[in-house]
Write a new protein. Sequence first.
Length: 204
Amino acid sequence: MSARVTTQRLALDLCPPRDSSFWPAYVAIRADPSWQQQVWHATYPPESPRRVYERNSTLVDRRGHGIWAVSKRHSDATVVNHSGGDDRATEWVGWIGYRNLDDASPQSAKWPPPPGTLEVYIGFSREHWGNGYGTEALKGLVDDAFSKHLVKGRLTACILEDNPASERCFEAAGFLRTSEDLRYEDEGGYWVLGREEWEKRKDP
Ligand SMILES: CC(C)(COP(=O)(O)OP(=O)(O)OC[C@H]1O[C@@H](n2cnc3c(N)ncnc32)[C@H](O)[C@@H]1OP(=O)(O)O)[C@@H](O)C(=O)NCCC(=O)NCCS
């Protein structure tokens, strides 16, 4: 996968360095219980920025993808320094990433999902909601993946019924709601995006 994806207003950087200010920002965004409810209807355990970085870095080594940190592109100077420079002035919007479900821990009796299932997930800080950033980042990431033939097969998402903002984002990026049971979550609806649907969205 591409280490850096840019859109009109955003920069997406795959797994910033360990000392990046992104990792504490990620943990802070996810620590809000009402934010968590929108994603999962449950509470996330407290996380350490260091552990989150290590988990993602391992995934990137193994799979070539993980979390991309999403920041505003105020200027060309506002970029994540992959050599580990000071990025405290960067305005983090949130993250977007892929999860290969072969790597995930079994969560229910319905496990496992179809092999090679690649899930897309996204989470933005509340202060940045409603500006079209979610849709822009999602389109940017999937356009990069399909246009460069970096993804085989299809992408999936699982969205809770009471999360219309997420549904709208995925729909705008070309994902279609499916009645197929992909088996990897206990609640929520599944959405899928294959090359054919992506091409239709790009060239309607
Ligand atoms: C999902 C999320 C990333 C969307 O980010 P965002 O930047 O606010 O999204 P956008 O501004 O691109 O808006 C997407 C669409 O949702 C619509 N929308 C936003 N809030 C809405 C609401 N409460 N009800 C209905 N529609 C809503 C917007 O109008 C827009 O639709 P449009 O393009 O037809 O105008 C953000 O809400 C978030 O981080 N939520 C918590 C994490 C989460 O739920 N992740 C997804 C898990 S599957």
